[in-house]
Design a protein around this ligand. Structure first.
Ligand code: BEZ
Length: 211
């Protein structure tokens, strides 16, 4: 198994899920995707993460992002757990949970970090673009739940920077100023951003968020 890096094609796979068999690339279609792993079913932090993701279903849909969760537990456990998540988190999980009892997908995506656990996945999260390439990888330990507002914020940045020649600064939020890429000349920047360029340094230039 090769290490996955940004820009690599997300490995394709076929697996069973709570919403039927998934052929991953076909399931992604032409849009964006999030694939994220959980150490185990019926664990507290994972339960809150899946609840948080379900609550944000409209936000993911608005960004045309499909979400799939994964753990190395079997499908029957997943079905029972989804019912429990819905009950304890007050949600209706509308995205698939992939069952990976033989660790096929976990291996493909390097989600098992033996120094953390020999048997279960860490909290890996991959954001995949419409070109099926990996745009972002984050890895959290089992003890720390992820921030799904941050996942949405990153998706906003990825989608914005894919469409326009800009970058987003630290702590950027939707609607905030963005940064002109170093390779873009001042003349080009002024042309592209008629609302003006705030030039702090030759290499540090801010413009209104385009689009
Ligand atoms: C949890 O999801 O709560 C969890 C899973 C494995 C280890 C620690 C916490």
């Amino acid at each position: 198994m090769a290490t996955l890096r940004l820009g690599d094609i997300a490995p394709d796979f076929r697996a069973e899920s709570t919403q039927g068999t998934i052929d991953f690339h076909a399931w992604l279609g032409q849009g964006w995707g999030v694939l994220f792993s959980h150490p185990a079913d019926f664990t507290p932090v994972c339960t809150t993460e899946l609840g948080a993701t379900a609550r944000l279903a409209d936000e993911f849909a608005r960004r045309q992002v499909k979400v799939a969760a994964l753990s190395v537990d079997p499908l029957d456990a997943h079905h029972l757990w989804v019912a429990d998540i819905n009950s304890t988190q007050g949600v209706s999980v509308g995205f698939p949970l992939i069952a990976d009892p033989d660790r096929q997908v976990a291996q493909l995506y390097d989600m098992i970090h033996p120094n953390a656990s020999e048997r279960t996945t860490v909290r890996s999260l991959f954001i995949i673009g419409p070109d099926k390439r990996i745009k972002l990888i984050i890895t959290y330990p089992a003890s720390t739940g992820r921030n799904f507002q941050e996942v949405l914020r990153v998706i906003d940045s990825l989608q914005l920077t894919a469409a326009h020649q800009v970058a987003t600064p630290a702590d950027w939020q939707q609607g905030g100023e963005v940064i002109v890429l170093p390779g873009v000349s001042d003349v080009e920047a002024e042309t592209r951003h008629p609302d003006g360029v705030r030039r702090v340094r030759p290499y540090l230039r801010y413009v209104k968020q385009p689009g």
